[in-house]
Design a binder for this molecule. Structure first.
Ligand SMILES: CC(C)(COP(=O)(O)OP(=O)(O)OC[C@H]1O[C@@H](n2cnc3c(N)ncnc32)[C@H](O)[C@@H]1OP(=O)(O)O)[C@@H](O)C(=O)NCCC(=O)NCCS
Length: 234
Protein backbone atom coordinates (compact mmCIF):
# COMPACT_ATOMS: atom_id res chain seq x y z
CA UNK A 1 0.00 0.00 0.00
CA UNK A 2 1.32 3.46 -0.86
CA UNK A 3 2.44 5.64 2.01
CA UNK A 4 0.63 8.93 2.53
CA UNK A 5 2.26 11.50 0.26
CA UNK A 6 4.77 9.17 -1.44
CA UNK A 7 5.39 8.75 -5.19
CA UNK A 8 2.23 10.61 -6.09
CA UNK A 9 2.15 13.07 -8.94
CA UNK A 10 -0.55 15.66 -8.15
CA UNK A 11 -1.25 17.54 -4.96
CA UNK A 12 -4.71 17.01 -3.48
CA UNK A 13 -6.57 18.89 -0.74
CA UNK A 14 -9.67 17.38 0.84
CA UNK A 15 -12.15 20.05 1.90
CA UNK A 16 -14.10 18.82 4.89
CA UNK A 17 -12.41 16.82 7.67
CA UNK A 18 -15.45 14.81 8.76
CA UNK A 19 -16.25 11.15 8.31
CA UNK A 20 -16.79 11.47 4.57
CA UNK A 21 -13.45 13.26 4.25
CA UNK A 22 -11.67 10.37 5.96
CA UNK A 23 -13.49 7.85 3.78
CA UNK A 24 -12.42 9.75 0.69
CA UNK A 25 -8.79 9.78 1.87
CA UNK A 26 -8.95 6.01 2.25
CA UNK A 27 -10.25 5.73 -1.31
CA UNK A 28 -7.43 7.99 -2.52
CA UNK A 29 -4.84 5.82 -0.76
CA UNK A 30 -6.36 2.70 -2.29
CA UNK A 31 -6.22 4.36 -5.72
CA UNK A 32 -2.58 5.32 -5.07
CA UNK A 33 -1.76 1.73 -4.18
CA UNK A 34 -3.16 0.71 -7.56
CA UNK A 35 -1.45 3.53 -9.45
CA UNK A 36 0.38 6.38 -7.63
CA UNK A 37 -1.60 9.49 -8.50
CA UNK A 38 -2.17 11.81 -5.54
CA UNK A 39 0.02 13.55 -3.00
CA UNK A 40 -2.57 14.19 -0.29
CA UNK A 41 -1.53 17.40 1.47
CA UNK A 42 -4.27 17.26 4.10
CA UNK A 43 -7.65 18.78 4.91
CA UNK A 44 -9.12 22.26 4.90
CA UNK A 45 -12.01 22.75 7.34
CA UNK A 46 -13.72 25.81 8.80
CA UNK A 47 -13.92 24.20 12.25
CA UNK A 48 -11.29 26.27 14.09
CA UNK A 49 -10.95 23.54 16.72
CA UNK A 50 -9.51 21.20 14.07
CA UNK A 51 -6.81 23.57 12.80
CA UNK A 52 -3.35 22.13 13.36
CA UNK A 53 -4.67 18.70 14.40
CA UNK A 54 -4.29 15.40 12.57
CA UNK A 55 -7.40 13.75 11.13
CA UNK A 56 -6.94 10.23 9.81
CA UNK A 57 -3.19 10.82 10.01
CA UNK A 58 -3.30 13.93 7.84
CA UNK A 59 -3.00 17.56 8.95
CA UNK A 60 -5.88 20.01 9.02
CA UNK A 61 -4.11 22.91 7.32
CA UNK A 62 -6.63 25.64 8.07
CA UNK A 63 -10.00 26.98 6.98
CA UNK A 64 -11.38 26.74 3.47
CA UNK A 65 -10.04 30.23 2.69
CA UNK A 66 -6.50 28.80 2.99
CA UNK A 67 -7.10 27.20 -0.42
CA UNK A 68 -5.51 30.31 -1.96
CA UNK A 69 -2.18 29.23 -0.42
CA UNK A 70 -2.21 26.04 -2.52
CA UNK A 71 -2.68 27.21 -6.12
CA UNK A 72 -1.38 23.95 -7.60
CA UNK A 73 -3.47 21.59 -5.52
CA UNK A 74 -6.48 19.77 -6.95
CA UNK A 75 -9.45 19.59 -4.59
CA UNK A 76 -12.39 17.47 -3.48
CA UNK A 77 -15.43 18.65 -1.52
CA UNK A 78 -16.41 16.16 1.16
CA UNK A 79 -19.18 17.99 3.02
CA UNK A 80 -22.93 17.35 3.03
CA UNK A 81 -25.32 15.01 4.80
CA UNK A 82 -29.02 14.18 5.02
CA UNK A 83 -29.41 17.11 7.42
CA UNK A 84 -27.45 19.55 5.23
CA UNK A 85 -27.80 18.27 1.64
CA UNK A 86 -27.08 21.72 0.21
CA UNK A 87 -23.72 22.12 1.98
CA UNK A 88 -21.68 20.87 -1.00
CA UNK A 89 -23.27 23.05 -3.71
CA UNK A 90 -23.08 26.05 -1.37
CA UNK A 91 -19.39 25.42 -0.78
CA UNK A 92 -18.72 25.04 -4.51
CA UNK A 93 -20.52 28.32 -5.16
CA UNK A 94 -18.43 29.99 -2.45
CA UNK A 95 -15.12 28.69 -3.82
CA UNK A 96 -15.80 29.47 -7.49
CA UNK A 97 -12.81 27.50 -8.76
CA UNK A 98 -12.60 26.09 -12.27
CA UNK A 99 -14.16 22.65 -12.67
CA UNK A 100 -10.88 21.24 -13.98
CA UNK A 101 -9.31 21.91 -10.60
CA UNK A 102 -11.51 19.28 -9.03
CA UNK A 103 -10.18 15.75 -8.73
CA UNK A 104 -12.27 12.68 -9.50
CA UNK A 105 -11.58 9.67 -7.28
CA UNK A 106 -12.77 6.16 -8.01
CA UNK A 107 -11.92 3.42 -5.53
CA UNK A 108 -10.20 0.53 -7.35
CA UNK A 109 -12.77 -1.85 -5.86
CA UNK A 110 -15.60 -0.08 -7.68
CA UNK A 111 -16.86 -1.83 -10.81
CA UNK A 112 -17.87 0.75 -13.39
CA UNK A 113 -19.08 -0.31 -16.84
CA UNK A 114 -17.03 1.15 -19.69
CA UNK A 115 -20.01 3.28 -20.73
CA UNK A 116 -20.14 5.07 -17.35
CA UNK A 117 -19.47 8.82 -17.29
CA UNK A 118 -18.21 10.44 -14.08
CA UNK A 119 -17.98 14.21 -13.67
CA UNK A 120 -15.27 16.29 -11.97
CA UNK A 121 -15.18 16.41 -8.20
CA UNK A 122 -17.05 13.15 -7.86
CA UNK A 123 -16.12 10.35 -5.51
CA UNK A 124 -16.97 6.68 -6.05
CA UNK A 125 -16.26 4.50 -3.02
CA UNK A 126 -15.58 0.77 -2.78
CA UNK A 127 -18.10 -1.73 -4.08
CA UNK A 128 -20.07 0.67 -6.27
CA UNK A 129 -21.39 -1.07 -9.39
CA UNK A 130 -22.70 0.50 -12.59
CA UNK A 131 -24.12 -1.58 -15.40
CA UNK A 132 -24.77 0.26 -18.70
CA UNK A 133 -25.00 3.87 -19.87
CA UNK A 134 -24.89 5.45 -16.44
CA UNK A 135 -24.19 9.20 -16.13
CA UNK A 136 -22.77 10.56 -12.88
CA UNK A 137 -22.52 14.34 -12.69
CA UNK A 138 -20.03 16.63 -10.96
CA UNK A 139 -19.41 16.61 -7.19
CA UNK A 140 -21.45 13.46 -6.74
CA UNK A 141 -20.70 11.15 -3.81
CA UNK A 142 -21.46 7.45 -4.23
CA UNK A 143 -20.87 5.63 -0.95
CA UNK A 144 -19.98 1.93 -0.70
CA UNK A 145 -22.11 -0.68 -2.46
CA UNK A 146 -24.29 1.73 -4.44
CA UNK A 147 -25.83 0.00 -7.47
CA UNK A 148 -26.69 2.04 -10.57
CA UNK A 149 -28.29 0.20 -13.44
CA UNK A 150 -28.95 0.94 -17.10
CA UNK A 151 -29.56 4.57 -18.08
CA UNK A 152 -29.49 5.97 -14.55
CA UNK A 153 -28.54 9.66 -14.35
CA UNK A 154 -27.22 11.19 -11.16
CA UNK A 155 -27.16 15.00 -11.12
CA UNK A 156 -24.44 17.29 -9.80
CA UNK A 157 -23.91 17.38 -6.01
CA UNK A 158 -26.16 14.39 -5.37
CA UNK A 159 -25.21 11.95 -2.61
CA UNK A 160 -26.16 8.27 -2.58
CA UNK A 161 -25.39 6.69 0.79
CA UNK A 162 -24.23 3.12 1.23
CA UNK A 163 -26.26 0.41 -0.44
CA UNK A 164 -28.62 2.64 -2.43
CA UNK A 165 -29.97 0.76 -5.44
CA UNK A 166 -31.57 2.41 -8.46
CA UNK A 167 -33.55 0.42 -11.00
CA UNK A 168 -33.06 1.36 -14.66
CA UNK A 169 -33.69 4.80 -16.08
CA UNK A 170 -33.89 6.60 -12.74
CA UNK A 171 -33.06 10.29 -12.68
CA UNK A 172 -31.59 11.74 -9.48
CA UNK A 173 -31.63 15.50 -9.77
CA UNK A 174 -29.07 17.99 -8.55
CA UNK A 175 -28.28 18.01 -4.85
CA UNK A 176 -30.58 15.15 -3.86
CA UNK A 177 -29.58 12.95 -0.91
CA UNK A 178 -30.58 9.28 -0.82
CA UNK A 179 -30.15 7.61 2.58
CA UNK A 180 -28.50 4.28 3.16
CA UNK A 181 -30.15 1.29 1.53
CA UNK A 182 -32.88 3.20 -0.30
CA UNK A 183 -34.43 1.45 -3.31
CA UNK A 184 -35.88 3.32 -6.28
CA UNK A 185 -38.23 1.84 -8.87
CA UNK A 186 -37.39 2.17 -12.57
CA UNK A 187 -37.82 5.43 -14.51
CA UNK A 188 -38.65 7.57 -11.48
CA UNK A 189 -37.28 11.02 -10.71
CA UNK A 190 -35.82 11.99 -7.35
CA UNK A 191 -36.23 15.77 -7.35
CA UNK A 192 -33.55 18.35 -6.84
CA UNK A 193 -32.42 18.91 -3.23
CA UNK A 194 -34.80 16.27 -1.95
CA UNK A 195 -33.92 13.76 0.78
CA UNK A 196 -34.91 10.09 0.73
CA UNK A 197 -34.71 8.33 4.10
CA UNK A 198 -32.59 5.30 4.82
CA UNK A 199 -34.30 2.06 3.83
CA UNK A 200 -36.98 3.80 1.77
CA UNK A 201 -38.74 1.95 -1.01
CA UNK A 202 -39.52 4.65 -3.56
CA UNK A 203 -42.35 3.79 -5.96
CA UNK A 204 -43.41 7.27 -7.13
CA UNK A 205 -41.50 10.40 -8.08
CA UNK A 206 -40.11 12.42 -5.16
CA UNK A 207 -40.72 16.16 -5.70
CA UNK A 208 -37.88 18.63 -5.38
CA UNK A 209 -37.11 19.92 -1.91
CA UNK A 210 -39.09 17.29 0.01
CA UNK A 211 -38.09 14.61 2.53
CA UNK A 212 -39.62 11.20 1.87
CA UNK A 213 -39.16 7.99 3.85
CA UNK A 214 -40.68 4.58 4.54
CA UNK A 215 -41.94 1.57 2.63
CA UNK A 216 -43.53 2.63 0.40
CA UNK A 217 -41.88 6.04 0.69
CA UNK A 218 -44.18 8.92 1.61
CA UNK A 219 -43.85 12.64 2.23
CA UNK A 220 -42.38 13.47 5.64
CA UNK A 221 -41.72 17.20 5.44
CA UNK A 222 -40.07 19.79 3.23
CA UNK A 223 -36.30 19.96 3.39
CA UNK A 224 -36.21 23.31 5.16
CA UNK A 225 -39.11 22.70 7.51
CA UNK A 226 -38.70 21.12 10.95
CA UNK A 227 -40.56 17.82 11.33
CA UNK A 228 -44.14 18.45 12.56
CA UNK A 229 -45.27 15.13 13.99
CA UNK A 230 -48.95 16.10 13.77
CA UNK A 231 -48.82 16.53 9.98
CA UNK A 232 -45.88 14.38 8.97
CA UNK A 233 -47.73 12.08 6.59
CA UNK A 234 -49.77 12.55 3.46
C1 LIG B 1 -35.49 10.62 6.64
C2 LIG B 1 -34.65 11.40 7.61
C3 LIG B 1 -33.82 12.45 6.87
C4 LIG B 1 -35.63 12.06 8.57
O1 LIG B 1 -34.95 12.74 9.55
P1 LIG B 1 -35.78 13.73 10.53
O2 LIG B 1 -36.49 14.76 9.73
O3 LIG B 1 -34.83 14.16 11.59
O4 LIG B 1 -36.90 12.80 11.07
P2 LIG B 1 -37.17 12.24 12.56
O5 LIG B 1 -36.06 11.34 12.98
O6 LIG B 1 -37.53 13.40 13.43
O7 LIG B 1 -38.47 11.34 12.30
C5 LIG B 1 -39.67 11.91 11.85
C6 LIG B 1 -40.64 10.79 11.56
O8 LIG B 1 -40.17 10.07 10.41
C7 LIG B 1 -39.92 8.70 10.74
N1 LIG B 1 -38.69 8.32 10.04
C8 LIG B 1 -37.51 8.94 10.10
N2 LIG B 1 -36.64 8.34 9.29
C9 LIG B 1 -37.28 7.30 8.72
C10 LIG B 1 -36.91 6.32 7.78
N3 LIG B 1 -35.68 6.29 7.27
N4 LIG B 1 -37.84 5.44 7.40
C11 LIG B 1 -39.10 5.46 7.92
N5 LIG B 1 -39.52 6.39 8.81
C12 LIG B 1 -38.62 7.29 9.20
C13 LIG B 1 -39.76 8.68 12.26
O9 LIG B 1 -40.09 7.42 12.78
C14 LIG B 1 -40.75 9.75 12.66
O10 LIG B 1 -42.04 9.21 12.57
P3 LIG B 1 -43.26 9.72 13.52
O11 LIG B 1 -43.48 11.17 13.14
O12 LIG B 1 -44.38 8.84 13.14
O13 LIG B 1 -42.76 9.57 14.91
C15 LIG B 1 -33.62 10.48 8.39
O14 LIG B 1 -34.27 9.68 9.36
C16 LIG B 1 -32.82 9.58 7.49
O15 LIG B 1 -33.25 8.50 7.08
N6 LIG B 1 -31.59 10.05 7.14
C17 LIG B 1 -30.65 9.34 6.30
C18 LIG B 1 -29.55 8.74 7.16
C19 LIG B 1 -28.55 8.01 6.32
O16 LIG B 1 -28.86 7.24 5.45
N7 LIG B 1 -27.29 8.29 6.57
C20 LIG B 1 -26.22 7.70 5.81
C21 LIG B 1 -24.95 8.26 6.32
S1 LIG B 1 -23.59 7.40 5.63
Amino acid sequence: MAQRGSRATEQLLVIGAGGLGREVVEAVLAANAHEPTWDVLGFLDDDAALAGTLVGGLPVLGPVEALSEYPDARILLTVGSATSPSARPRLAARLRVAEDRYATVIHPAATLAASTQVGPGSVVLAGVVTTADVEIGAHVVLMPQVLLTHDDRVGDHATLAGGVRLAGGVRVEEGAYLGAGALVREYLTIGASSVVGMGAVVITDVPAGEVWAGCPARFLRTVDAPCDRSTSRR
